[in-house]
Ligand binder design. Structure first.
Ligand code: PLP
Length: 439
């Protein structure tokens, strides 16, 4: 069968066709169970059988502007009709426009954007920039982190996803702040910040400060649990980086572009990095795109020196056009403000209040449209619920027409940043029903 139309297909037909020929990521092939989503609109998607779901996952936490935003779709169509592709070696106005809009949202002192195809290669190239400018090799990152699944980015990643893929050298990991499960002596957020900063500085000293090119951190570690940094942590990291001439890279791939209720999450934490990596929300993934925002100082180092990075599709015009339309739509529609408000007024308060009626909730953390609910078998010991409980909660939510994002023992509530109060209320009602019923 060569016809790729799916309008007449059922869920079963799509799943069967897909499983026969597609080799899936992060999945055992025999047990791949992806939903056959065939359409979407705003915060809603629907499957081939016509069943609708409220998307509280934003897919891989990237569809910040919502599904099928007409302005973004139209911009891609327009660009496709004009110039569908052009090599990065050519000057391109749409690409320049996207860079300008991103730079307008970065702090002062950032002057250039290097475009990539996604988040992993954004981090690859940020690390490359740091290594080339410092002449040093090592990169320090958190154990509880994810930076992408390419050679260097997966080695910089700290959690289990690094293990089967760790072939790149020069990576050092530290335990960043996580008060709820701190391994150490800290009892308050401030103490946990101090603990993590001391650990970071000791590690840098033990490794040899003049071997360390970069500290690479997610501003808010995302898939590791929406670990909102405690007060003082990121400014403290900045001070340590400055003390040893280390480049500070903040990974905003998940946290940026409205997810945290800011254009860049670090705006809420009183810190300025040297390099910013982005992807996901910048164009909601309508066309693959990522990049590195580069400080003037680092960019200047390449005025007379070749930067040996780039791929055939870097700065692809369809991706650039979708970024322009996304950023403009977000700005005009107040999407960043909506995320901040709905996080502060609706998601945060209701999830926190749910703890009183659902003993399975150990901790609720987050901001904007970026929340994690930690599910525990025992509040005293903080023992995580079993994978079977997580799987049951996921199916129970799905039965209620809600897509959640589950990671380890956590439910992440990460809807598109355009979500309305009514939609949020509907999703939260379903979550409450499911979590209350877990003993
Ligand atoms: N960095 C962070 C913080 C991420 O969450 C992700 C993806 O989830 C990446 C990097 C990798 O991005 P991509 O999958 O676009 O390569």
């Amino acid at each position: 069968m060569t016809d790729s139309t799916i309008t007449a297909a059922t869920n079963a037909a799509v799943i069967d066709r897909d499983r026969r020929s597609v080799f899936h990521s992060w999945s055992a092939q025999g047990s791949f169970g992806g939903l056959p989503i065939v359409g979407g609109d705003g915060t809603t998607v629907w499957d081939a059988d016509g069943r609708s779901y409220l998307d509280l996952s934003s897919q891989l936490v990237n569809v910040n502007i919502g599904h099928q935003h007409p302005r973004v779709v139209e911009a891609i169509q327009r660009q496709a009709a004009t110039l569908s592709t052009i090599a990065p070696a050519h000057a391109n106005e749409t690409r320049a426009h996207a860079a300008e809009l991103i730079l307008e949202r970065a702090p002062e002192g950032f002057s250039k954007v290097f475009f990539t195809n996604g988040g992993a290669d954004a981090n690859e190239n940020a690390i490359r920039l740091a290594r080339l400018t410092t002449g040093r090799e090592k990169v320090v990152s958190h154990y509880r982190s994810y930076h992408g699944n390419t050679g260097t980015a997966i080695s910089a990643t700290g959690d289990w996803r690094r293990m089967p893929n760790e072939y790149s050298r020069g990576h050092v990991h530290v335990f960043g702040p996580y008060l709820y499960r701190t391994e150490f002596w800290a009892a308050t957020p401030e103490e946990e910040a101090e603990r993590a900063l001391r650990h970071l500085e000791r590690t840098i000293q033990a490794e040899g400060p003049d071997t360390i090119a970069a500290v690479l951190l997610e501003t808010i570690p995302g898939t590791a649990g929406v670990l909102v940094p405690p007060p003082g942590y990121l400014p403290g990291v900045r001070r340590i980086a400055d003390r040893y001439g280390i480049v500070l890279i903040l990974d905003e791939v998940m946290a940026g572009f409205a997810r945290s209720g800011e254009w860049f999450a670090f705006d809420a934490f009183d810190v300025r990095p040297d390099l910013i990596t982005f992807a996901k929300g910048v164009n909601s993934g309508y066309v693959p795109l990522g990049g590195v925002v580069i400080s003037e100082e680092i960019a200047r180092a390449f005025d007379d020196r070749i930067f040996p990075g780039g791929l055939t599709y870097s700065g692809h015009p369809l991706a650039a056009a979708s970024a322009v339309a996304t950023i403009q739509a977000m700005a005009e529609d107040g999407v960043v403000e909506n995320a901040r408000r709905i996080g502060g007024d609706v998601l945060g308060p209701r999830l926190t209040a749910m703890s009183a009626v659902a003993p399975v909730i150990g901790e609720v953390r987050g901001l904007g449209v970026f929340w994690a609910v930690e599910l525990v078998a025992d509040r005293e010991t903080r023992e995580a619920v079993s994978p079977a409980v997580v799987a049951a909660a996921k199916s129970a939510l799905l039965e209620r027409g809600v897509l959640g994002f589950f990671a380890d023992n956590r439910l992440h509530v990460v809807p598109p940043a355009v979500i309305t109060d009514d939609e949020a209320g509907r999703g939260l009602d379903a979550i409450e029903e499911v979590l209350v019923s877990i003993d």
